[in-house]
Write a protein that binds this ligand. Structure first.
Ligand SMILES: [Zn+2]
Ligand SMILES: [Zn+2]
Length: 382
């Protein structure tokens, strides 16, 4: 256990349907978390009925002496699906109700981003409001479907899975049906940004195993079944994988495996999902603050650095031999100031505010595509 503060947030579920405690922390903290949950389960219930302004959060250091244990009805233990996400606390926050684990994140990973992309839509990583009613939802009791449904040429919009670090995983095909991993669209970590400047993967993030270890899954498919890495927890190769790249073992039950070639992630859904408008439904929506742009031919992203809390960011790229950059800085909540330095050295500044997406004045504002631009979707190719 490290010294990271354990935050126990007592509040009604933001969906308004649950009054369970919010537990944020690492698995090693869970025993402590449960003790606190027991202590505060009654106040939590009372708070659920209180006005919103009364809802509160308690930040409890694990260094504090644990409160005495009383013979009260134990709060529900964290569901097993919580363990992988808890590895990324406090940036990833989890809560649960009877049916789902709710996962909140800003959509920005702790690792680098963007470097290595050679097919780029001029998008950059901006934080996303995957919180409250717009959080990710993982079914706690996945139901096998009567027939598995493959994701090839289906579910081309939105996520098919959620990585343990709170980053969505989209179909390995982009929404034109091309394999993102094979056409230069992805960075060294398997991700890029969509039309809402929303960062997401198109392959399983195998690198997260460095943090998760060999036993925890890298991700959960949105049907609720876990996605493990290239091997079983004991290091052996998976055998007998089905059309969805999954199988059942005595230790793990049904689970998928990532792969280094198609489908990279779950090749389909073994479990029941609802498909609506080409995506798993429901799922959170990304929120763009500036117009979606078009492909910049010949561009290669050479670097990306994020300042504290991702509030000051610099993306560098080249077109041919000529360097260019985009600097974007949060100047107020939901307000971003962009400085575009193009390959010719021309500088253009623009400010964008959330909820004001069509009011931007960036260098390509006049060329943007219309349509339901706030939908969570993969980047378009020219
Ligand atoms: Zn397996
Ligand atoms: Zn994409």
């Amino acid at each position: 256990m490290n010294s990271r503060a354990l935050a126990l947030v007592l509040a009604a579920s933001l969906t308004g349907t649950s009054a369970l405690a919010h537990v944020i922390g690492e698995p090693a903290h869970d025993a402590t978390a449960r003790r606190f949950a027991r202590e505060f389960s009654a106040p939590a219930l009372a708070l659920a009925a209180a006005p919103v302004a009364v809802r509160t959060a308690l930040f409890v250091s694990p260094a504090l002496p644990a409160p005495p244990l009383f013979a009260v009805t134990p709060a529900a233990a964290a569901p097993p699906q919580a363990a992988a996400f808890a590895k990324f606390a406090p940036t990833v926050r989890i809560r649960w109700d009877d049916t789902h684990l709710h996962v909140e994140s800003s959509g920005l990973p702790a690792h680098g981003m963007m470097t290595g992309i050679t097919a780029w839509q001029q998008q950059v990583p901006l934080p996303q409001p995957y919180t409250g009613a717009n959080a990710w939802r993982i079914p706690l009791r996945p139901m096998p479907a009567a027939q598995p449904v493959l994701i090839r040429d289906r579910f081309l919009r939105g996520a098919v899975a959620l990585a343990a670090n709170g980053i969505p995983i989209f179909n390995p095909q982009n929404n034109r049906g091309e394999l993102s991993a094979q056409i230069g669209e992805l960075d060294r970590w398997g991700g890029h940004c969509g039309r809402a400047d929303d960062y997401h993967y198109h392959v399983a993030p195998l690198h997260l195993a460095d943090i998760l270890g060999p036993r925890l899954p890298l991700a959960y498919a949105l049907d609720g079944y876990p996605i493990h890495g290239l091997t079983e927890p004991d290091g052996s190769k998976p055998t007998g994988l089905d059309v969805c790249n999954g199988h059942s073992t005595p230790e793990l039950g049904y689970h998928y495996h990532a792969s280094n070639r198609y489908p990279y992630v779950n090749g389909g859904f073994h479990g029941v999902v609802v498909e609506r408008e080409e995506q798993v439904d429901p799922q959170p929506r990304a929120q763009g603050v500036r117009p979606a742009l078009t492909a910049l031919r010949g561009a290669r992203i050479t670097g990306f650095t994020a300042g504290a809390e991702h509030k000051d960011n610099l993306l560098t790229y080249t077109v041919g031999d000529r360097p260019a950059s985009i600097r974007f800085v949060a100047t107020a909540p939901d307000t971003w100031h962009f400085t575009f330095t193009d390959p010719a050295g021309k500088i253009v500044e623009a400010t964008y505010r959330a909820g004001d997406r069509r009011g931007g004045s960036g260098p390509d504002a006049g060329k943007r595509k219309g349509g339901n631009a706030d939908r969570n979707r993969p980047a378009l190719r020219p």
